[in-house]
Design a protein around this ligand. Structure first.
Ligand code: 44T
Length: 845
């Protein structure tokens, strides 16, 4: 029954009926028929064109045809995707969204394509829109949560929650404006906070720019909510593209910015300020003339920075950046060749390399040992354009640092003091209680160089491509200089001081010169988590034992079937490893003999490492194959290698490094089960999700802007908090500041050998062991390879991090209370809500 009340009130008077047009009707109905026919014939491209015609001519069919239209769109774009016709793919989506601008399924699906093509920001925007349209749409929710971090990075929450930092910036801006800087540009405004401070301080004109689309839109919302949308002009662009008078009417007297990352220069502040000084700022104040009119000169907040460095020992950093083991799962891996993490400020900069990574040293698992005192690496004045311009051509600075404590040299850590003005500064140092992380420059080139207290470490500081580079180059010991570069330090085994005669040294140097090129060219790059995995003996040992058990069981079965038959190549067991990235498991399987293993390692260099290791471990060449190399001839993943033989074992990589279950894991498992021979197994067979109730303010600070109070008097929290996600990833539970409010509890079991469900929910009861506020439930996995053997993603040298569900509302508990957890697994996303079980009514208390 049509709903009479839904009819537009003024419909009859205002709307004129479109005149019937028989020819048009004819065209519409024949096109609709053709669309359906093409769809039936799986000619999706033509069907799509017909549907477009029909729906553009006759929008009243939209509701009726929506489902088939979507289906056609998805099928057709799948085809376009598979043949690389990407532009056409996106054209189709755009046409579809013109017809159905508020269709969350189309938006979500376009987001998935964008994500796969590497347009993460845009993808996240699409998932966000889809979710806003239908908040209970699980696919969009899962996708959004997985990418929200790219859209609005988590540090925005930390920064807005850092009251000290907010207050200092506000005071410095206020002082500058009051002293006469009355035209202000906020570069990289984020939520708009610094620009609003300038306006509130009384600046006559305030401009702001922001390069991220999402942040720009967010800042617009914030300005409107704070009634400053008329008084602050914000543009969506990179400051480097701004011009006077196109984007701002005249040059400004103050630039405020916090476009600095943990390594100070990573957000491009040097380039932005050089450009700003030439194009956007009034000329700088000359000399010490205090009476100069501040409104006629330009200056920058922050005024400058001092960068500090320190050498340190840290096992945690070491195991993520260099190979620390020589044997893994009974394989010798010394023949692997040079393996490197992508974090290196090597002399030959490379696109795929990052000069530094970041860590919060105060929360580094296992802690760290400072090997030197902190030293000043660099001073920079942001108000001096010549100095900014000269930075890249500054001579390499050699600094000699006395070693204060003996230990293995693993990294140089870097932090800085940001001088907002002459009176006030912010420090990002490891000892400070701030939201900042430190930049980490791992040392690769010294395979375990042990520094001694009397040594001096020689560090080179340079500034290439506007990136600060720090490199430990040598150690001065007993009046001699020991180079820390592997190229000059072959076969380094801990103590590189050689006892060679000068002639022998020359010969070695010559030999090194010969291998130098090969060495630099021939290294193989591994992600930090892949390196940590390779260094994880326990994990590989567990796999090796489980595989060896399975292999002997299968062999016995084989012999029982055909007793007396000599084993030959037909008896080979087939093992497929579909782990993502670099994995040694196929080779470990092959090394057990009677196994033909297939690896999914894709990168050629990594395949070469595996081949080299196969050879050095006497694994016959034909027993290790690369599955993806076969893909060109055979269609489809997980296909068995030959018709008559099924897989004995399929190794699935079930947990992502960030601590989440891999997407589509259950789909992969059910597919894998169909391909197993009788008695065969999936590794792992089962995953148990474990968790614990905790009270952690740190997790809250990283998840959302906290508290009811406005941020510096501005209304910001409700807007940025739209980007709060309930699951926090890349968590290190061992160093998380928190109080445990329960024992470990089993949250969920995923049986990869049985269950088909990819949507399940379960209720778990857990008793509080002490009173507090449950703010989060960190979780991790016990990965059961078989009935007896398991590995935990919580273990000390695991390459996995943990994740945590952060509750929307903290839950107060008393010791002894029972908490009821509703745990849901939707696709591969976990969600948990918590309630007190049967709270006693007021009468029972
Ligand atoms: N976070 C450090 C880095 N932008 C801060 O789009 C500290 C990391 C950190 N806009 C934990 C804690 C912390 N023109 O929205 C961004 C960015 C924008 C620009 C226009 C430009 N030239 C730029 C350059 C950057 O500026 C905003 C702030 S960048 C600050 C980075 C809390 N982990």
């Amino acid at each position: 029954m049509p709903n009479a009340s839904a009819r537009p009130k003024h419909g009859r008077r205002t709307r004129r009926r479109r005149r019937e047009d028989p020819a048009r009707n004819e065209l519409v109905s024949s096109s609709l028929e053709s669309a359906q026919q093409c769809l039936f014939n799986q000619d999706y491209g033509t069907a799509f064109v017909h549907y477009l015609l029909v729906l553009n001519l006759a929008p009243m069919f939209k509701d009726f045809a929506r489902e088939s239209f979507r289906f056609t769109l998805f099928k057709w774009t799948e085809e376009l995707d598979s043949v690389g016709r990407i532009q056409e793919l996106f054209d189709c989506y755009e046409q579809a969204l013109e017809l159905f601008p508020a269709d969350e399924v189309i938006l979500n699906s376009m987001g998935e394509h964008l994500f796969r093509m590497g347009f993460r920001d845009e993808a996240a925007g699409h998932f966000h829109k889809a979710l806003k349209l239908r908040p209970d749409y699980p696919e969009a929710r899962e996708n959004f949560y997985r990418v929200a971090n790219w859209l609005v990075e988590r540090w925005h929450f930390l920064m807005l929650n850092d009251h000290e930092r907010n207050r200092k910036y506000q005071q410095a801006i206020q002082k500058a404006v009051q002293s006469g800087c009355n035209t202000v540009l906020d570069i990289g405004t984020g939520t708009g906070i610094l620009g609003m401070c300038a306006k509130k301080a009384g600046a006559a004109e305030v401009y702001a720019c922001e390069l991220s689309k999402t942040m720009y839109e967010l800042a617009c919302e914030v300005l409107t909510a704070n009634k400053m949308d008329d008084s602050i002009k914000i543009v969506h662009m990179k400051s480097l593209e701004m011009e006077v008078p196109k984007d701002i009417p005249q040059k400004v007297s103050l630039v405020v910015t916090e476009t600095v990352d943990a390594g100070l220069f990573g957000e491009g502040i040097i380039e932005s300020l050089i450009h700003a000084w030439h194009h956007l700022l009034l000329p700088p104040q000359r000399g010490e003339n205090e009476f100069q009119d501040q409104s006629a000169t330009g200056r920058v907040i922050p005024a400058g920075a001092t960068v500090f460095g320190m050498a340190l020992e840290s096992l945690e950093i070491r195991r993520h950046h260099r190979l620390c083991v020589s044997e893994v799962g009974s394989l010798s891996i010394s023949a692997a060749g040079e393996l490197r993490s992508p974090v290196s400020c090597s002399p030959e900069p490379d696109e795929s390399m990052e000069p530094y990574t970041t860590e919060r040293l105060s929360r580094l698992p296992g802690g760290y040992k400072a090997l030197t005192e902190p030293f000043t690496a660099l001073n920079i004045d942001f108000n001096n354009v010549q100095e900014l311009e000269g930075l890249s051509s500054r001579e390499v600075q050699r600094i000699r640092l006395p070693v204060t404590q003996g230990g293995e040299l693993d990294a140089l850590a870097v932090w800085f003091q940001l001088h907002l003005d002459e009176d006030s500064s912010l420090s990002t140092g490891p000892e400070e209680d701030t939201c900042w992380e430190q930049a980490i420059y791992p040392v690769h080139s010294t395979k375990g160089f042990v520094l001694k207290p009397q040594d001096e470490l020689v560090v080179e500081v340079s500034c290439r491509d506007a990136f600060l580079r720090l490199c430990s180059v040598a150690v001065l010991r007993d009046g001699r200089e020991i180079c820390l570069d592997t190229l000059q330090d072959p076969q380094n085994t801990g103590d590189p001081v050689s006892n060679q005669t000068p002639e022998a040294e020359l010969c070695t140097a010559l030999a090194c010169l010969q291998t130098e090129q090969n060495q630099t060219k021939d290294f193989c790059m591994l992600e930090c988590s892949e390196m940590a995995l390779l260094n994880n003996r326990e994990y590989h040992q567990s796999f090796s034992s489980a595989l060896s058990k399975l292999i002997s069981q299968m062999k016995v079965k084989c012999q029982n079937k055909e007793p007396g038959v000599q084993s030959d190549s037909a008896d080979l067991l087939f093992v497929l490893d579909v782990s993502e990235g670099f994995s040694l498991l196929s080779l470990i399987a092959a090394s057990h003999g009677h196994v033909k293993a297939f690896s999914s390692v894709e990168k050629v260099k990594q395949q070469e490492v595996l081949k080299r290791l196969a050879q050095s471990n006497n694994v016959p060449e034909q027993h290790l194959e690369f599955w993806l190399n076969n893909m060109e001839d055979e269609q489809g993943m997980l296909k068995r290698p030959s018709r008559e033989k099924l897989w004995s074992a399929i190794i699935l990589d079930c947990v992502e490094t960030c601590g989440l279950i891999r997407q589509k894991l259950m789909e992969k498992a059910s597919l894998a089960r169909c391909l197993l021979e009788d008695g065969g197994s999936i590794f792992p067979a089962k995953i148990v999700v474990q968790g614990i109730l905790v009270e952690s303010d740190t997790l809250l600070l990283e998840s959302a802007v906290q508290g009811q109070e406005a941020t510096l008097g501005f209304n910001i929290a409700p807007f940025i908090n739209q980007f709060t996600v309930p699951v926090h990833v890349f968590l290190d539970f061992s160093t998380l500041e928190c109080r445990h409010l329960s024992e470990f509890v089993e949250l969920f079991v995923l049986d990869l050998m049985e269950s088909t469900a990819n949507y399940t929910s379960r209720e778990v009861k857990v008793q509080a062991t002490s009173a507090g506020r449950v703010t989060a439930i960190p979780f991790w996995y016990q990965i059961h390879l078989d009935q007896e053997i398991s590995v935990s993603t919580l273990s000390q040298n695991s390459h996995w991090k943990q994740a945590a569900v952060v509750l929307q509302q903290p839950l107060r508990v008393q010791a002894g209370d029972w908490v009821r957890l509703a745990v849901k697994l939707q696709k591969s996303a976990i969600s948990i809500s918590a309630h007190i079980e049967n709270p006693p009514g007021p009468m029972e208390q």
